[in-house]
Ligand binder design. Structure first.
Ligand code: SF4
Length: 746
């Protein structure tokens, strides 16, 4: 039998924000292997367990069990969904949306999309909501991921622009990791950290985490603080830096504002006081402050070496997430530890393309290309680019708010794409009430195994990794191409194409919001709709990207000098990459000029506030949630690869061995875990990585695996049946990292 020709495609791993390059091998329409791309600057050929098993999750024989293969509609909630054609599905949905909008207004509909989407998908959904319909009710699961990092950067540095690169790890003398189990959540970044430490053993690693994770085990200093007390720690570190003259007064005077107010604020937060709040040793706080300020031991202010901080959900998923981010950035500004090799505040993106979504402004409080919704000039610019009269000024409903509004009957139609809110949003009982209360729930999804599919009035099958074309941006602002290797199964279509096809149908039914000049100046002409140009004229993903690119002209993330052909020729590139540039930018703020009105960075003087739900006698345990090494999100993809269960075969609740012994419970015993919102039954596992009084449950397992019920008796919730929907007032990111729970033998 002659061998069939193998084909290789360069693409990007679809899991975490490291954004590793992959080379995908395929034969005869089947993905047969994946290996790391040695030329990709994010990973130089390395892959973690998840990335290296991608091909197994793409096996065609899995498709009948796990993939959505054709559009389905149901005409009544009591009826099963029936397979329909794409035309019937999208015509029906356009009529339903037009009817709901005509009767209740544009804000009666909402789109809940995903940091798993490609930039082009994000762009079309954002334009559909804000440009065509005239609602800012478009938000994304990136709200659960990076919105506190966004708010922290904007508040202090003036723009949502991570200033660092992975290459800074190689130059850092001190690495300060806060709220990130990098070893498991961003494994390839951690490999680079291990490599840097091996090459330069004098490099100091500080890890701030309530759990003694694999990352913390590797640290020179682990600050095992109590959950939610990071701001007190960072303020105390600044207190000591000021007291010991470790700050950089010249940098503060020349390049920042607001230091006096912050100095007043931290005056009372002594290391001794913070030690009590955080549950840490005063001496460890002092050591961390000195190493951070000077880049490790043995230096003086005059010979300061670079300190790089890396942080993720431990700071972001908090009711004071913005304050945590800003308090950490304060430390960099106070010591001039920014804008030079090996120094700066580096937020690690959780999802593969949370950054791309932020770039197109695909969230309820953002506008295209880092423009501000509250700025009338910015709204007018976007309206002109899109060719519509205006973009609504009022902030749309953010993730939790959108589902709360649906539960109250205010949002009547929900379009959910590439995400599983019935598992991933906090307080699942509330989310499920919202999905039942909405008049129309559209689920655009690749996997029928997603918990939200059960609530879909319309199921629209979407393509996924290995089948899609487009771009993503990783943690270090690097834009990489995602390329298709095989055809999608069944009738699955690309997310951007589904949104655009729906939009052109809806466009014909809605009163025209287009400006007198018709389509915007950057909209390619060609496709006509009833004799007028459509706002969605795209025939391929590259056209969408080109329109997005034009929207960035003159902005901090300007990519007008970049094209898909340059990405093809030169590989992944970092933004900004303006017209005329010969490459992207490795590091921002090297000239200490910030994108604020006066060019100075701003210190944020926000006081420490405790977690939203304190532990008490009825709920004495502090529950935190997080990732495992070899699973991803709700396991739609990784759950189909048996070998990935070798690391953690089943869900459990981790507890300190002393807590188990004190109550007479044994390792493996079934415990009922209850919060004020619901309960779960899980086996206990002794873990001395947790302090007494704390508990940990991995986020991945959903209702299919866990027996539990909501506070109002709804059955079968995942771990987010326990978490609470309280969110940060600036970033609107919910506090998924802490809930007070009670434990009993089941
Ligand atoms: Fe994929 Fe992240 Fe692993 Fe890289 S580190 S292979 S991007 S999951």
């Amino acid at each position: 039998v002659p061998e069939r020709a193998a084909h290789e495609t360069r693409s990007t791993c679809p899991y975490c924000g490291v954004g590793c390059g992959v080379i995908v091998e395929s034969v005869d329409g089947r993905i047969t292997g994946v290996r790391g791309d040695p030329d990709h600057p994010a990973n130089f050929g390395r892959l973690c367990a998840k990335g290296s098993t991608l091909h197994l999750s793409a096996a065609p024989e899995l498709a009948p069990q796990i993939r959505a293969l054709h559009p389905e509609l149901r005409t009544a909630r009591s009826a099963p969904r029936q397979a329909v054609s794409w035309n019937d599905a999208l015509d029906h949905l356009a009529r339903r949306f037009a009817g709901i909008i005509a009767e209740h207004g544009p804000d009666s509909v909402g789109f809940y999309i995903s940091g798993q989407m490609l930039t082009e998908d994000y762009y079309v959904f954002n334009k559909l909501a804000k440009g065509l319909i005239g609602t800012n009710n478009v938000d994304t699961n990136s709200r659960l991921c990076m919105s506190s990092a966004v708010a922290g950067y904007k508040q202090t540095l003036g723009a949502d622009a991570p200033p660092c690169s992975y290459a800074d790890i190689d130059d850092a003398s001190c690495l300060f990791i806060a709220g990130s189990n990098t070893a498991w959540a961003h494994p390839i970044v951690f490999r680079r950290i291990e490599q840097a430490k091996a090459a330069r053993p004098a490099m100091r690693l500080i890890v701030v985490d309530p759990r003694r994770t694999e990352t913390a085990e590797f640290a020179d200093l682990h600050l095992q603080l109590l959950p939610g007390t990071d701001v007190a720690l960072f303020h105390a570190m600044l207190h000591l830096m000021i007291w010991e003259d470790l700050i950089d007064p010249a940098y503060i005077a020349a390049h920042t504002t607001g230091f006096n107010a912050l100095r007043e604020l931290v005056r009372d937060m002594t290391p001794a006081k913070a030690a009590g709040i955080c549950g840490l040793r005063e001496a460890d706080i002092a050591t961390a402050a000195r190493w951070f300020a000077l880049g490790g031991p043995g230096a003086a202010a005059a010979t300061r070496r670079p300190t790089l901080s890396m942080y993720c959900q431990g700071l972001n998923q908090s009711s004071c997430g913005t304050a945590k981010n800003a308090a950490l950035i304060n430390l960099h500004l106070a010591c001039g530890q920014i804008g030079k090799p090996g120094a700066g505040p580096f937020s690690l993106t959780g999802q593969p393309n949370a950054m791309g979504g932020r770039e197109v402004g695909g969230m309820a409080n953002l506008l295209s290309a880092h423009r501000d919704l509250s700025n009338p000039d910015h709204r007018a610019e976007v309206a002109r680019l899109w060719g519509v009269d205006d973009v609504p000024a009022a902030r749309g409903k953010t993730a939790v708010e959108m589902f709360e509004a649906a539960a109250r009957g205010e949002v009547k139609a929900l379009w959910i794409a590439c995400t599983d809110p019935a598992q991933s949003l906090p307080d699942q009982a509330l989310v499920r009430r919202a999905l039942e209360a909405a008049e129309l729930v559209v689920v655009q999804e690749a996997y029928v195994t997603a918990a939200t599919v059960a609530y879909a009035d319309a199921l629209l099958p979407a393509t996924t990794w290995g089948e899609k074309e487009g771009t993503v941006t990783n943690s270090e602002r690097r834009i990489s191409r995602v390329r298709a290797s095989v055809r999608a199964p069944g009738l699955a279509r690309h997310d951007w194409a589904i949104a655009a096809d729906f939009a052109t149908r809806l466009e014909a039914l809605l009163p025209r919001r287009a400006a007198p000049h018709g389509a915007g100046p950057m909209a390619p002409s060609g496709r006509q709709l009833g004799g007028r140009p459509t706002l969605f004229p795209y025939t391929c993903a590259e056209q969408v990207w080109n329109e997005h690119r034009e929207s960035t002209r003159g902005r901090d993330l300007d990519i007008t000098g970049l094209s898909w052909s340059i990405l093809e020729r030169d590989g992944p590139q970092q933004w900004p990459y303006p017209e005329g540039a010969r490459g992207g930018k490795t590091r921002l703020y090297e000239n200490a000029t910030y994108p604020t009105a006066d060019g100075r960075a701003r210190f944020a003087a926000t006081p420490y506030a405790p977690v939203a739900e304190a532990c008490d006698a009825r709920h004495p345990f502090a529950l935190t949630t997080g990732r495992l090494r070899d699973q991803w999100h709700g396991m739609s993809r990784t759950g189909s690869v048996p070998r990935l269960f070798g690391h953690a075969p089943e869900p459990c609740i981790d507890l300190n061995p002393a807590d188990l012994a004190r109550r007479g419970w044994s390792d493996g015993e079934l415990l009922r875990v209850s919060s004020r919102r619901g309960d779960l039954v899980l086996p206990a596992r002794a873990s001395d990585g947790l302090r007494s009084g704390q508990a940990f449950i991995a986020m991945h397992w959903g209702a299919e695996y866990l027996a539990g019920r909501g506070a109002e008796g709804q059955a079968r919730l995942g771990v987010n049946g326990l978490t609470l929907p309280v969110f940060d007032p600036q970033s609107f990111q919910p506090e998924l990292k802490h809930a007070a729970v009670r434990l009993e033998a089941a």
